[in-house]
Design a protein. Structure first.
Length: 303
């Protein structure tokens, strides 16, 4: 089953054999044996890269569920053998990782010593793929996200502000930003999509002579400082502590309503590590939900 999923994920027998640490003939033989046993072809080898057959598309989710249940058996064995430490794999979007990891890493280390954390910074679509492939136990990302096989817990709602050193007013609105240069993260970052949606930008307007590939908000803030213009930043972003004078609240249509986003924790409903995932979720909700009482207009990242 691991071999079949490896071929599906790698789209190549050679690459799958490398990640499984076996020779390609060995892996190919095992895949052929599985197809003979099932009486159906799982992969269309005529396609490049390799694709699933119609049967294979139905089979892959079942294999993932079986392996996830098998993981519960292994974890039960470890618990009864007093092997307490469990590894939890977390994926976090860059614009949350920038402040959440410095804020909470020591808390996790102190309060959850039974957990070994494996943390990766991934873009939203990469996170979704990893959750669906079950290579992550918990994805921390901007909402909304709905999937019939996954739980989605609201961690907190977060105001989105504008960083604009050349705007002198304490408040601004999106109409005031139309004449300013927008500095955006690269494609694939949900905050980029939210900025385009909220500020009503056209994709062609956002390129100009600026082509930046990355998720570094600090860099965008420096560009706004030196060259004018603005960028959007999440309220919890750590760099705001030293640059508060340049942070402006954005009024939505002149009302005391501010743009915001929902941060979610997404995980498999069948996860063997659900107990630890809930503990992690609670550790995130506690500090960031405090004081979140202002009215926000939530911006969709994939609209």
């Amino acid at each position: 089953m691991h071999y079949l999923l490896a071929v599906y994920e790698q789209k190549s027998f050679q690459k799958a054999s490398e990640v499984c640490f076996v020779t390609q003939p060995t892996l190919s033989m095992q895949v052929k044996k599985a197809e003979d046993t099932l009486g159906q072809l799982i992969f269309d080898r005529a396609k490049n890269p390799i694709e699933l057959t119609a049967y294979g598309k139905h089979l892959v989710p079942l294999l993932r569920n079986i392996l996830e249940e098998n993981q519960k058996i292994l974890l039960l064995k470890d618990r009864l053998s007093n092997v307490l430490e469990e590894q939890v794999k977390i994926g976090v979007i860059p614009t949350v990782a920038a402040y959440m990891l410095p804020d909470l890493y020591e808390t996790w280390k102190h309060d959850l010593p039974q957990i070994s954390l494996d943390i990766k910074e991934l873009r939203t679509n990469e996170l979704i793929q990893a959750v669906e492939n079950k290579t992550l136990d918990l994805a921390i990302m901007a909402g909304p996200y709905n999937h019939p096989g996954f739980n989605s817990s609201v961690l907190y709602e977060e105001e989105i502000c504008v960083y604009a050193p050349h705007i002198t007013d304490a408040y601004t609105n999106r109409n005031a930003l139309t004449q300013e240069q927008p500095w955006l993260l690269s494609r694939g970052n949900c905050l980029r999509n939210q900025m385009i949606n909220f500020c009503q930008l056209e994709e062609k307007e956002t390129s100009m002579k600026w082509n930046y590939e990355g998720g570094n908000i600090d860099l965008l803030m420096q560009m706004a400082e030196k060259l004018g213009g603005y960028t959007l930043v999440p309220r919890n972003f750590h760099a705001l502590q030293t640059k508060q004078q340049h942070i402006k609240k954005i009024l939505v249509d002149g009302l005391p309503v501010y743009p915001g986003r929902t941060i979610l924790g997404v995980f498999s409903a069948r996860s063997a590590k659900v107990e630890w995932i809930h503990k992690l979720i609670h550790s995130i909700q506690t500090p960031y939900q405090l004081g979140a009482d202002q009215k926000l207009e939530l911006i969709n990242w994939n609209a």
